[in-house]
Write a protein that binds this ligand. Structure first.
Ligand code: ATP
Length: 487
């Protein structure tokens, strides 16, 4: 057993201290065995969590009170990143598709919604507790032999019987806390779309096939929340429900699978870190005819990022039954009436943010001095997603360079999100921007005062070019549009 771990560790030591001068973190990890990859992966998640806190992306909720598990706060750079991910998805869905419109439904919905959707009855996880160490587990996530022998995976203590646990958060609305005032925090955004489907058909004259997109908060009382923001009790979803005629559903399902895959490619995500996973008969939700997940290779392994589901006419059929309202679609041309089928694409926004952070994270050796100081941490965000697009840096504070740099920043602000930094050596300032994924830096020096040119420095290649300040805006626009990830 010891030997098994030792061999990859030695390999890691050899690679880490080898004379190669530029070795990407990802290339290094490819060279390592699975065992070491796993170890390396964990280290990466720890590094990402610590970077996220240090640089203001994500903070633990209520940290000064010891923290609230399952909830996280998004800091100044985190909210910018989250808004940009949401914006990219929203643009992809609504701006680029004439047949998809948006919606923002309430979190609190009539409790009958959740009876109709099947959540009251079926939205459960199997739960077991350890009588000795008091740890709590999802029964479907512990090894089969431990579950059947009722032994705790952590301490071998005795496990309780498996019981069903409903993941919906329940509360009361109004002053009386009785059964008639029970209300739920929505566990998915989809139902807000289904109950509004008829409103949208009528108000916006939508013709099948068409889609409704929504981004919003969802809440699940998850038994186990771990791996940073991967699985949380409060999170955000980006869901699009596409309404089609039964019989065309399989074709549309395949179309949406292709479109969702192409979307991640367009965002510059490493495609070798994405794969499809088809739900087998045991995994398929009660409403689904077919379901495929896009999985991402997170540091802790392959995990679901987004689901594409063929929900059939189940949802609208159930809402018809429970509300007593006719939710059939009437085809104006043929007078045909039918309950539409629904193809759903359902992605976690906060989980996408974690994926984007993991995917962008890199460590790179940048100089030939052979010491640890020569490594830079860089977030290789697509410029469309980067919280700061361009940083303006005066070489010196004195001799009017700071004022000139501020003036250039003011000009760039109209078109891009900017940062300004005048403290410390220029190399350090570049590293600080690399670490938060700023794709472009503009440096203002003495020559700028004379001929109106500045240095434009690229994050990924670290290449620097001299350019007139009057050409900056156009140049940056083109660079953003034509961006191709090189590592
Ligand atoms: P999982 O198997 O990871 O619990 P799920 O199959 O229950 O996910 P869905 O109900 O299909 O997930 O939700 C759609 C998407 O919402 C998921 O692909 C994921 O990105 C996101 N999501 C679901 N639950 C959570 C959570 N607790 N925290 C963060 N994101 C979540």
């Amino acid at each position: 057993m010891y030997g098994l771990f030792r061999a990859p560790f030695l390999l890691y030591i050899i690679i880490r201290y080898s004379p190669f001068k530029i070795i990407c973190f990802k290339e290094r990890s490819k060279l390592m065995s699975d065992t070491l990859n796993e170890y390396q992966g964990k280290a990466t998640m720890e590094k990402i969590t610590s970077l996220a806190k240090r640089r203001g992306f994500v903070f633990q909720s209520s940290e000064i009170y010891g923290g609230q598990s399952g909830a996280w706060d998004y800091g100044p750079l985190g909210i910018e990143l989250k808004n940009r991910i949401a914006g990219a998805w929203w643009k992809e869905m609504t701006q680029l598709n004439d047949d998809i419109v948006g919606l923002d439904a309430a979190i609190l919905m009539h409790p009958r919604t959740w009876e109709a959707s099947g959540h009251v009855e079926n939205f459960t996880d199997p739960l077991v507790d350890c009588k000795k160490c008091k740890s709590r587990f999802r029964a479907d996530q512990i090894p089969e032999e431990k579950l059947s022998s009722k032994k705790c995976p952590d301490c071998d203590g005795e496990l309780t019987d498996t019981r069903k646990f409903n993941l919906m958060f329940k509360t009361n609305i109004g002053p009386a806390e009785d059964t008639s005032s029970v209300i739920y925090l929505r566990p998915e955004t989809a139902q807000g779309i289904y109950v509004n489907y008829k409103n949208i058909v009528q108000s916006n004259r939508m013709k099948i096939p068409f889609g409704i997109a929504q981004i919003g908060k969802a809440f699940r009382n998850e038994i186990v929340t771990k791996n940073f923001i991967f699985r949380t009790c409060e999170f955000e979803q980006m869901e699009m429900q596409y309404f089609v005629k039964g019989g065309t559903d399989e074709e549309w399902f395949n179309t949406w699978r292709k479109r969702r895959w192409a979307y991640y490619e367009k965002l510059g995500v490493s495609m070798d870190h994405l794969r499809w996973h088809q739900h087998g008969p045991g995994e398929l939700a009660h409403y689904a005819k077919e379901a495929w997940d896009i999985e991402y290779l997170f540091p802790m392994g392959w995990r679901e990022l987004e689901g594409v589901h063929n929900r059939t006419d189940y949802d609208l059929g159930r809402h018809t039954e429970y509300s007593g309202k006719d939710l059939q679609y009437i085809d104006q041309e043929t007078n045909e009436r039918y309950v539409p089928y629904i193809i759903e694409t359902s992605a976690g926004l906060t989980r996408n943010l974690l994926m984007i952070l993991c995917d962008a994270y890199d460590e790179e050796q940048v100089a030939d001095k052979g010491s640890d100081d020569d490594w830079r941490t860089v977030l290789r965000f697509h410029p469309v997603l980067a919280p700061i697009t361009v940083a303006v840096l005066p070489l010196m504070k004195k001799d009017g360079l700071a004022e000139l740099a501020q003036d250039i920043r003011k000009e760039l602000k109209e078109d891009f999100s900017t940062d300004y930094d005048q403290s410390g050596a220029i190399g350090r300032r570049y590293r600080r921007q690399d670490e938060v994924g700023t794709p472009f830096c503009v440096t203002v020096d003495y020559q700028s005062k004379e001929d109106g040119t500045v240095t434009l420095r690229y994050r990924d290649s670290m290449e620097q070019i001299r350019i007139s300040r009057t050409e900056l805006v156009q140049r940056l626009r083109t660079d953003i549009k034509e961006y191709k990830r090189i590592k």
